[in-house]
Design a protein around this ligand. Structure first.
Ligand SMILES: [Zn+2]
Length: 443
């Protein structure tokens, strides 16, 4: 026992000697804490039970697979893998089914242990063979369940950590590409995409980006116990493209809906997105006369065809109401969505509909309504998409898409009040200064 205690202490001391800079800067919070620290400590104090120190390596390896259970106190950190249940994990560590039964029935929170999932971490503190002192299931970085032995009983408790939101900012100047500039300014790829989406109606990021374009933004970061947990939402952003400035501010309406508007209160979204499928190839355009491959005759093509594999999700291009959902001769499986009084969009040849979308359902912009197929008259899997204004077919690729409604006057006043501080703060971030500072920090 004493030997083991000494060994643990030695390992702990060795651990403390590991220089802090072995962790990448992102993983270490400003106060030096780190999630990795905890994992290191546990694996190092567990690895070598006292009795196997003088044995051959093969023997050690084998014994590591079958954990020693004679140890007085042992903290097991077990990462759940596919196919494992709590019962199989208990068996692995020589813990009896009776003990499992007792723990699962120790309270409401303990019931959640039965739904253990791959990727979650189970920490078991064993103090005697087949005796658990404490058990913790880490559901996520913010949520866990803890079972503690209390006499002959067990107590179960759920824990939810508070996340703290902090504001952060970034800025950059584009030299070669948006992604390079974004990464240099400390943004994640997801944040760069989010920014590009935000200005997607103002700037064509594939064709219009120029060297010298600038951006700056203010975003949230979420922290748990002083350590960064994840990035939060972008609150304010400015993008200067070819000398023209565009801005965006997040605004939460009274009914809790979160949207982005420019400083004049105009929505950053259009009433419609251009394409109902992400990353699809246009296989047939809108035209007055087209040779129909199935009917073998010349006919107008009153929509756009997107070639995509069967099962690719199809998005409603605007918010609206489903006015047709069913089979219609050559169209096959078809959905028609009505948007306000003037616009309708048509989605044909679907393999199946989304279960959530029924006749008369309200759909949101971007919501999946069905999946690509080749039902009706179709030579291969594709989506046939139509855009109609007052019943007249228009070319979906070139039609002037209506802008979303601006904020009503009384809400706009509230909006201006809400964004005032952010706008001032955004103006103070100088892309050039920020960029130079970041580089010098890395020395
Ligand atoms: Zn078509």
């Amino acid at each position: 026992m004493l030997y083991f205690f000494l060994l643990s202490t030695v390992l702990w001391v060795i651990y403390l000697q590991i220089p802090k800079d072995v962790f990448s800067p992102q993983e270490v919070s400003p106060d030096g804490g780190s999630v990795i620290k905890l994992k290191k400590r546990i694996s190092q104090s567990l690895e070598l039970p006292k009795k196997i120190l003088n044995k051959s390596p093969e023997k050690i390896n084998r014994e590591k697979l079958e954990p020693e259970i004679q140890i007085d106190e042992n903290l097991i950190e077990h990462k759940v893998i596919i196919g494992e249940s709590l019962a199989s994990i208990f068996q692995k560590y020589a813990l009896s089914p009776q003990l499992l039964h007792k723990i699962l029935n120790s309270g409401k929170e303990a019931k959640k242990l039965a739904k253990i999932k791959p990727g979650q971490t189970l920490k078991i503190l064993i103090n005697q063979p087949n005796t658990i002192k404490e058990l913790e299931l880490v559901l996520s970085p913010i949520q866990s369940i803890k079972i503690t032995k209390n006499g002959s009983e067990f107590l179960s408790e759920g824990f939810l950590k508070n996340t703290e939101k902090r504001l952060s900012s970034a800025a950059g100047i584009i030299e070669s590409s948006l992604f390079v500039a974004g990464q240099k300014s400390g943004l994640s790829d997801a944040q760069i995409m989010e920014m590009a989406t935000l200005f997607g109606w103002d700037i064509d990021f594939a064709l219009e980006i120029r060297s010298g374009d600038k951006f700056r933004l203010i975003y949230e970061e979420e922290y748990i116990d002083g350590e960064k947990y994840k990035n939060g939402a972008i609150l304010a952003a400015e993008f200067i493209n070819k000398g023209k400035s565009y801005n965006a501010f997040q605004f939460t309406s009274d009914n809790g809906e979160v949207n982005y508007y420019d400083s004049e209160g105009r929505s950053k979204k259009r009433a419609f997105i251009r394409t109902p499928i992400k990353f699809a190839r246009v296989s047939s355009r809108f035209s007055k006369r087209r040779w129909h491959p199935v009917l073998k005759k010349w006919r107008p093509h009153k929509g756009v065809d997107y070639a995509a594999p069967t099962g690719t999700p199809i998005r409603a291009t605007g918010a609206g109401k489903v006015i047709f959902r069913g089979w219609k001769s050559g169209y096959g499986r078809l959905i028609i969505v009505q948007h306000g009084g003037v616009y309708t969009t048509v989605y044909a040849h679907m393999s199946r509909f989304s279960k959530k979308v029924k006749l008369h359902s309200r759909v949101k912009q971007g919501q999946t309504i069905g999946y690509v197929g080749q039902t009706g008259l179709a030579t291969g899997p594709h989506l046939h998409y139509e855009f109609r204004i007052n019943g007249v077919h228009r070319n979906p690729l070139t039609v002037n898409l209506p802008k979303a409604e601006p904020l009503p006057r009384e809400i706009f006043i509230n909006f201006q009040r809400q964004i005032k501080q952010l706008a001032l703060r955004l103006e103070k971030i100088s892309a050039h200064d920020y960029f130079v500072k970041k580089v010098s920090d890395k020395r």
